[in-house]
Write a protein that binds this ligand. Structure first.
Ligand SMILES: CC(=O)SCCNC(=O)CCNC(=O)[C@H](O)C(C)(C)COP(=O)(O)OP(=O)(O)OC[C@H]1O[C@@H](n2cnc3c(N)ncnc32)[C@H](O)[C@@H]1OP(=O)(O)O
Length: 205
């Protein structure tokens, strides 16, 4: 497996690979200043040799991750799951998705490509997540929740059953979502309230 991105997020993905005995061959980052991640050398050009292996995009920002994925010529690795995560055998996980330590993804949930199910997050049964979604650490989606492309559910936020959350929105840390949420908004608080529009920098609407 190769990793694109040499941030803190890459370190956790390296730990996932280690937990599953998946060898990491190459780590790439555009920034020439970054020479090492966890004592592992970082390369700055994707060589033809590296393109023979499959990549995980270790880019935490959903918009930037999408932009890089869309411009990338290589292949993407199947979802990687930390050994301590509990993922039901009936769950579908798209390529490039990462499931961090102690996360749970329960029965018949469908998770898109290049998603992040972060440390200790809960995705209950029958949830549906689009591509490039990030469920932050300790956030919890109850059963049957839908989250569309590119939305981030902030750290420790909770969403009650059956809620639909639109694309490219941000749910703030610790928010409690009890009503459906539209596209392109920022929501905070308990109960969650829209405080502003989400301005996109890279992702196409
Ligand atoms: C491994 C990892 O680290 S994964 C990363 C996980 N990251 C997260 O979970 C980040 C979540 N982000 C947040 O909660 C952010 O505060 C956001 C996105 C909701 C808002 O950020 P910004 O757009 O910069 O908004 P800003 O900080 O200017 O706050 C706007 C207002 O909302 C309030 N506010 C911001 N965040 C929250 C929150 N989580 N809960 C309640 N109120 C909040 C602010 O106090 C401010 O109120 P005011 O206008 O009365 O002063």
């Amino acid at each position: 497996m190769n990793i694109y991105g040499a941030s803190g997020h890459a370190k956790v993905i390296m730990d996932i690979a280690k937990s599953q005995n998946i060898p990491v061959s190459v780590i790439i980052d555009d920034n020439p200043q970054i020479k090492f991640v966890l004592d592992y050398p970082v390369e700055h050009i994707v060589s033809p040799e590296a393109l023979k292996d499959e990549f995980i995009m270790a880019i935490g920002d959903n918009e930037i991750r999408k932009k890089v994925v869309e411009g990338f010529k290589g292949k993407f690795h199947a979802a990687v799951i930390h050994i301590s995560a509990a993922v039901s055998s009936s769950v579908q996980l798209g390529k490039g998705t990462v499931v961090m330590p102690n996360a749970s993804v329960n029965s018949e949930s469908k998770i898109g490509m290049h998603c992040i199910i972060n440390t200790g997050a809960t995705v209950e049964h029958d949830c549906v997540l689009g591509n490039f979604v990030h469920i932050s650490p300790n956030a919890a989606l109850a059963g049957g929740v839908e989250v569309e492309e590119g939305t981030q559910i902030g750290i420790g936020a909770v969403v009650i059953p059956g809620i639909k959350i639109g694309k490219w929105s941000t749910i703030g840390a610790g928010a409690v979502i009890i009503d459906d949420i539209p596209d392109y908004v920022v929501v905070v608080g308990n109960p969650g309230r829209i405080i502003k529009k989400r301005v996109l920098n890279y992702a196409k609407k």
